[in-house]
Ligand binder design. Structure first.
Ligand SMILES: *Cc1c(COP(=O)(O)O)cnc(C)c1O
Length: 399
């Protein structure tokens, strides 16, 4: 007899997006001619000058522990960046450097949420929000929306989800998986609900500079500064500078909360990698041309993918305003079958597309929305053409 796993981990599943990506990579390694539209990261290489800054850090022996919340010059640069982009003034003490944006979210939730606390999450949501809340003992309260509503929930639906136990709402704009940028009216409405009912806001701004509307980024705090003392901002270098493997993100917010999140970090992972911190500093202070170029390329690919998708009968798709994902609706094909196998939802559809079309994509159910499939355009135009053509052919075989 052996004692079992903790309640915390018993029902915990590995991240489904990472799982699909791993499956796709494994098939490719076996020589299968696979089109991977499941990538959750830019397909670009980290810009050269950033890599050079990291090499320099190693050569100079910058290889020891740093202060837990990060090196002062990086915290300063992050505060400056938020000032430049959002017009918001934070001191470097309000900044915690973390091992990726995901850890920033985790530490923030761990610092605020306890047993029985409710956290409002807008569906379609990023896959990790509900499990992070659950690991911390909280209860995710999901607010649904739909494609017809532009994947922006109504404020009244959010208001209905609020209870005396509501501790926090998590918002993500531009969104993974939909690419939607939430409207200023909606964000202001959320801010007013938070003030009225006393809850916190976590805004995941990880895609704020990967946007195609040409507008400067905005978030709930820049629109309504009254929520500054109850809002935590999450961001990082993973997506913006093609640095997913470097594991470097940050949490910015009221000093007291950031200090609490930092205490959790000090007792778990300590500082983010010293070398990655130097690299991130270079990324923030250096030329932004590679980012601009990357956004331009993503925009071109987005336009291509949307136009090809809309040629497929009965598929609808919103044009993403940011990120590098789109979330087309495949539900018209549910209930049809191939070889006796009925496609009964996004999971079966994604499996069918992998088997029949040799295209990897992520089932919408992983994001709380079974009608859709997430397609990533963080891949070349040739792959996009090949992938969407194959999807079209595979769908035509369903009856
Ligand atoms: C990629 C991503 C993150 C964070 O990624 P890290 O690599 O941990 O920095 C956070 N939120 C969303 C929505 C993402 O897509």
């Amino acid at each position: 007899m052996k004692k079992g796993l903790s309640r915390r981990v018993r029902d915990l599943k590995p991240s489904p997006t990472l799982a699909v990506n791993a499956k796709a990579k494994a098939l490719r390694a076996k020589g299968v001619d696979l089109v991977n539209l499941s990538a959750g990261e830019p397909d670009f290489d980290t810009p050269e000058f950033i890599k050079e800054a990291a090499c320099k850090a190693i050569e100079e022996g910058f290889t020891r522990y740093t202060p837990v919340p990060g090196i002062p010059e990086l915290r300063e640069a992050i505060a400056q960046k938020i000032k430049a982009h959002y017009g918001l003034s934070y001191t470097p003490d309000s900044v915690l450097v973390t091992s990726g944006g995901k850890q920033a979210i985790f530490n923030a939730v761990a610092a605020l949420v306890e047993e029985e606390d409710e956290v409002i999450i807008l569906s379609p949501y990023w896959v990790s929000y509900p499990p992070i809340v659950e690991i911390c003992g909280g209860r995710p309260v999901v607010v649904n929306t739909s494609e017809e509503k532009g994947f922006e929930p109504s404020l009244s639906a959010v208001a209905e989800a609020v209870s005396p136990r509501t501790k926090m709402i998590i918002i993500n704009s531009p969104s993974n998986p939909t690419g939607v940028v939430l409207s200023p009216e909606f964000l202001k409405g959320v801010a007013h609900l938070a003030l009225e009912h006393d809850f916190y806001i976590l805004t995941d701004d990880i895609y704020d500079l990967i946007r195609f509307d040409g507008r400067a980024p905005f978030n709930v705090v820049s629109l309504e500064p009254k929520v500054m003392d109850r809002t935590l901002i999450v961001n990082g270098v993973s997506k913006t500078y093609a640095m997913t493997g470097w594991r470097l993100g940050w949490l910015v917010g009221p000093e007291e909360l950031v200090k609490a999140a930092s205490r959790i970090q000090s007792q778990s992972t300590s500082n983010a990698c010293s070398i990655s911190q130097k690299a991130a500093l270079a990324a923030l202070l250096g030329p932004q041309d590679s980012l601009k170029e990357m956004v331009k390329v993503f925009r071109r690919r987005r336009d291509l993918m949307v136009s090809l998708l809309l040629e497929i009968p009965e598929i609808s798709c919103l044009v993403p305003m940011g990120s590098f994902y789109m979330f087309p609706n495949f539900s018209a094909y549910y209930g049809r079958q191939a070889g006796g196998q009925v496609i009964d939802g996004s999971l079966a559809m994604a499996d069918y597309l992998l088997e029949e079309a040799r295209v990897a994509c992520v089932p919408g159910v992983a994001f709380g929305e079974d009608t859709c499939i997430r397609l990533s355009f963080a891949t070349s135009e040739e792959e996009i053409e090949k992938g969407i053509t194959r999807i079209k052919e595979a769908l035509a075989k369903l009856s």
